[in-house]
Design a protein around this ligand. Structure first.
Ligand code: UDP
Ligand code: MG
Length: 311
């Protein structure tokens, strides 16, 4: 569970998680990854950890982001199945038994698909809907529409996912990319229990760009298509203009036509320079091979789990 400034939700979250964990047959561990919170979250997590042996805490040295927090949780999870769930109670813990039931029936990746989204703005819902449609069109992936990161992964999938160490991680795409037997169950996405979304528009756009660039070259290839169209137009246009000019029928006047075509082409070129930049920057980040996240503490793990993940 990734946790970033969720002190207000944590007590209720823990209460509801305990109920669910008590109801499952078998033992559970609850891994909370503190993603550099600046409110009372670290103290609360430490208190929970001392009181309950099932609770394990990973602390990041700073905010590394939601996807890295999920990554760290998966790196340290010991279970034969692992559930990823948000800490703001938008994903109801009560849906976990459904995921587990599907897993017991043989599925290895069980998506929780939002049948309904309560309490989210029109803007968030419509941009999310558009995004999933776009990414499914642009890539070979088939991410179930309206699935977040709330899902269950079998241990085999978790082990495979640990091998994937890319920096610009789009976890919900990666777990589809891995394959394995996939299934989905429906749930109603609740309102946030407390606080505000930690995903402002800027961060959401970054996240969307990561999703698209890490699974598709289509934005790069668009430049080729547009280039062919523009060159084709020029090939037809140049002889036409020459002919009209030489035969004295038509003289183009003024600089307006020149200026607008220069601006149009200049604009298109700059956009594609930007797109190339997006990919180039990501390649640069990947070749630096920095660790994905830095831990400042790990609490409650036993010796065998107490290992640092591969860089
Ligand atoms: N989160 C995180 N690091 C961040 C932002 C968010 O660990 O930098 C966590 C957050 O605490 C929550 C989950 O990721 O458990 C989803 O975030 P949020 O609810 O803000 O996103 P939304 O549901 O609005 O898309
Ligand atoms: Mg949320």
């Amino acid at each position: 569970m990734p946790v970033f400034n969720e002190a207000e939700s944590l007590p209720e979250l823990y209460r509801r998680m305990c109920k669910v964990m008590d109801g499952l047959d078998g033992t559970c561990e609850l891994i909370l990854v503190n993603d550099g919170s600046q409110d009372g979250t670290p103290q609360l997590l430490r208190a929970l950890q001392t009181a309950d042996a099932r609770v394990r805490v990973l602390e990041f040295s700073r905010n590394f982001g939601h996807q890295m927090a999920i990554t760290a949780g998966l790196d340290y999870a010991g279970g034969s199945a692992v559930v990823i769930i948000d800490a703001d109670l938008q994903d109801p813990p009560e849906a976990i038994p459904q995921l587990v039931a599907e897993w017991q029936r043989g599925a290895q990746v069980v998506f929780a698909v939002r049948a309904k989204r309560l309490g989210e703005s029109w803007l968030k819902r419509s941009t999310a809907a558009a995004f999933y449609r776009i990414i499914n069109r642009l890539t070979e992936l088939h991410i179930p529409l309206d699935s977040g990161d709330f899902r269950l992964l079998d241990r085999q999938v978790v082990l495979a996912l640990r091998e994937v160490r890319e920096h610009h991680r789009f976890m919900r795409g990666l777990s589809v990319w891995l394959g394995f037997r996939q299934a989905s169950v429906q749930y109603v996405r609740n309102e946030r229990f407390a606080g505000v979304s930690k995903y402002p528009m800027r961060k959401m756009l970054r996240f969307a760009a990561d999703g698209i660039t890490s699974f598709s070259y289509v934005p790069l290839q668009l430049a080729t298509t547009l280039g062919f169209i523009a060159a084709g137009m020029a090939l037809l246009g140049i002889p036409a203009v020459l002919l009209l000019r030489l035969s004295g029928y038509l003289a183009f006047e003024g600089q307006a036509t020149t200026l607008s075509s220069v601006l149009l082409l200049g604009g298109v070129q700059l956009i594609f320079l930007g797109i190339i930049g997006e990919y180039l920057g990501r390649i640069y980040n990947e070749v630096k091979k920095r660790p994905l996240y830095i831990l400042s503490a790990q609490l409650g793990f036993n010796e065998s789990q107490n290992k640092l993940p591969k860089p």
